[in-house]
Design a protein around this ligand. Structure first.
Ligand code: MOS
Length: 696
């Protein structure tokens, strides 16, 4: 292993600290904790798409050897109604969608629990269901715009300006339902001891899990500990508590045993959230030189009957290009579908796929180079809010990407390059993602032996959070990083927001930085004195700073370039090259940052070429429920991806000067690939993914 002990500077490519524990199997994930006497649970999903439970017979299940108990609405503890209605499991007879949990079997072994689940007999009064999203659905409504990303925003008279524009693009695109499918399925191991609840949960934010369980079980927060020490990915699906953690806690309380519940992969598609499909119409009006005069982006997505979720696909259009006239509209249709939720770059990923595809269509229409079209529509102020950008280096990303990619050698004519039956093309797309930060707490301690400890309930979802937080602390303290330990992943640590919205490092790092600065001050006042054996500490709470309304619009930007080969015999699209250049503030760890970018671009490649899910109209649930049918990219699908960034100094963010990097990599990737397919073939495909049946 390379020697990294000398790596101390913020930005250095420090290796992730838990790496050896993970590759040797020493790292314990939520389902790998097996307390003494642990029992195993298996859920029973509803087998109708909408209706009411009229009878539930658990006699046969209870008679099976090893089955301990069957939980259902008949006997499960009544919980305080949660704000998130997807967590109100086994509380009533209503079935809002197929796959909704109606029972949970607890047994001595996993096998007995699974057998028991199959033996539970549930009778339903079935009702007609509707799971079909259409843009003109009678129940469609414009949702309330609570945070600026939803609802409808209007500038000027977009329709009028579009009609009068010399160049027009008016296109409709469709993005199918997509699933997060983290490598580690959702899992929780729960036990009660002396009125205290301890849960090992696979979550992106254990503080919220703890708080929600406290509310639902009417317990003081101090009597609950939620541990999420290692998490095998979440991509948004673990961003808030999911039903499994409530079920595990309920089952442990009812049986008096520790209970382990790992959701079967085949149930994930239905119960942990997914990306809603979107139907999107974009109209771009431009002058002959490419200057936009009107932008209209209309999005239809669905939500479940359980709770409202809006896939805010038009939000990024409010950020990207200036235009005197614009309208961005979200419409939501409540259907009898599984509840959609966050999936990596919720809103931005499907929305920018469509906006950036439409921009390519406009470039082709006008005979303008697609990089140039974006350069000539740059702006220093955010179009929607008129706020100045704290920093925006989209132009630099496009230029640097074009240089590295060899864009100037490109013949703009479609079908201009071929190798045998393989048509070769290249495409470009812009990317953006907001720079969020949420209030966090952290503490920092100094010990007599010269070591330091920072504590914050951050979650490392595979990103290297502990490593970068140690770097942030070392930088703030002015000490070598190997003298700093970072404790994360337990709700007993200082409260912190989730690893989501690309905001984790900014939020936790801010608090860690503040705590370390305070600690450094205390230490400088004690110079020359021996520290007490228990050390010296300081805490910080960034509420009021991290959350402050900024006078600046804060977003990361990027540019994606793709080269594809389209086999005109088989219809197969292969990505031959993929390159991203990002402007995301200061990059705090070059190694883990690159990994984030490449991972997200890989996910964008899957979105472009293979990933899709089908809501069966009659069945009312997804046809693709495992990794044999829902195709995420395999190694053979992924070329050597290049991720680069430009040095961006932005004083209006946080003490580290960083923007989030977890999501922007997926944002423009699918459009760059789709635009490359058009360049290769001359055919514009407006529905993802670009599978052979569509290409041929
Ligand atoms: Mo991510 S979808 O913000 O967890």
């Amino acid at each position: 292993m390379p020697d990294t002990t000398s790596v101390s500077a913020l930005g250095a490519p420090a290796e992730r600290r838990e790496g050896p524990a993970k590759v040797t199997g020493a790292a314990r994930y939520a389902a790998e904790h097996t307390p003494d006497g642990c029992a195993y649970a298996w859920p029973v999903p509803a087998t109708v798409a909408r209706g009411e439970i009229t009878a539930l017979d658990d006699t046969a299940a209870l008679a099976l050897p090893g089955v301990i108990d069957v939980l259902s609405h008949l006997n499960a503890p009544r919980l305080v109604e949660p704000e998130d209605a997807t967590l109100a499991v086994l509380q009533g007879t209503r079935v809002p969608h197929r796959g909704w949990y109606v029972a949970l079997v607890v047994a001595e072994t996993l096998e007995a629990a699974r057998e028991g689940a199959a033996a539970v007999e549930v009778t339903y009064a079935e009702e007609p269901h509707d799971v079909t999203l259409t843009a003109d659905h009678a129940d469609a409504y414009v949702p309330e715009d609570t945070d600026g990303t939803s609802g409808e925003h209007v500038r000027g008279d977009a329709e009028e300006a579009f009609s009068a524009a010399p160049a027009q693009v008016d296109v409709v695109y469709r993005v199918p339902p997509l699933h997060n499918h983290p490598m580690e399925p959702h899992a929780a191991t729960a036990y009660w001891e002396d009125g205290r609840l301890t849960v090992y949960d696979s979550s992106q934010g254990a503080t919220t899990v703890r708080d929600v369980l406290a509310d639902m079980f009417a317990l003081p927060k101090e009597r609950i500990t939620v541990v999420s020490e290692h998490v095998g990915g979440g991509f948004g699906s673990k961003g808030t508590p999911r039903p499994h953690v409530v079920l595990a806690a309920m089952a442990a309380r009812m049986t008096g045993r520790p209970v382990k519940l790992a959701l079967p992969r085949r149930q994930l598609a239905t119960v942990v959230g997914h990306r809603s499909p979107t139907l999107q119409r974009v109209r771009l009006g431009a002058r002959p030189d490419g200057t936009l005069v009107s932008v209209i982006h209309e999005v239809a997505s669905y939500t479940s009957r359980v709770k409202e979720f809006v896939e805010t696909a038009a939000a990024a259009t409010r950020v990207m290009y200036p235009s005197p006239h614009a309208r961005t509209t979200h419409r939501v249709v409540p259907l009898d579908v599984p509840s959609p939720s966050w999936m990596r770059a919720p809103g931005e990923a499907p929305g920018m796929y469509v906006l950036e595809s439409a921009m390519d269509e406009l470039a082709v229409r006008l005979g303008i180079d697609p990089v140039e079209l974006r350069l000539c529509n740059d702006t220093r102020t955010e179009p929607d809010s008129s706020k100045p950008f704290s920093s925006r280096h989209l132009v630099e990303c496009l230029r640097e990407g074009a240089r590295r990619f060899g864009w100037s050698a490109r013949d703009p004519r479609p079908r201009s390059r071929a190798e045998g039956p393989v048509l070769i093309g290249s495409g470009v797309a812009s990317a953006t993602y907001p720079a969020f930060a949420a209030p966090s707490h952290a503490s920092a301690h100094a010990y007599p032996d010269g070591s330091f400890l920072v504590r914050v309930n951050a979650t490392d979802i595979g990103t290297g959070a502990r490593t970068v937080l140690a770097q942030v602390a070392a930088d703030a303290l002015g000490v070598p990083v190997e003298r700093v330990r970072a404790d994360v992943g337990s709700s007993d640590l200082p409260n912190a927001p989730l690893a989501g919205g690309s905001s984790g490092t900014a939020s936790w790092g801010w608090a860690v930085h503040e705590a370390c600065k305070r600690l450094a001050e205390r230490l400088s006042g004690q110079q020359g004195q021996q520290l007490p054996p228990e050390g010296v500490g300081a805490t910080a709470d960034t509420a009021g700073t991290a959350d402050a309304e900024s006078e600046y619009a804060r977003h990361a930007f990027g540019a994606h370039f793709a080269e594809v080969g389209v086999d005109m015999v088989t219809g197969e699209v292969r990505v031959r090259r993929l390159l991203g250049v990002y402007a995301a503030g200061r990059i705090l760890n070059a190694r883990t940052a690159r990994s984030q970018f490449v991972g997200a671009m890989t996910m964008g490649l899957g979105m472009a070429l293979t990933e899709h899910s089908t809501l069966d109209k009659a069945f009312g649930d997804f046809a693709e429920s495992d990794l044999a049918s829902y195709h995420v990219p395999a190694h053979a699908d992924v070329p050597a991806i290049e991720a680069h960034w430009i040095e961006e100094e932005d004083p209006h963010l946080n003490p580290m000067g960083s923007k989030g990097i977890g999501e922007i990599g997926i944002v423009g990737t699918a459009a760059a690939i789709g635009n490359a397919v058009h360049h290769a073939t001359g055919v514009r495909l407006r529905e993802l993914p670009l599978t052979p049946d569509r290409v041929l």
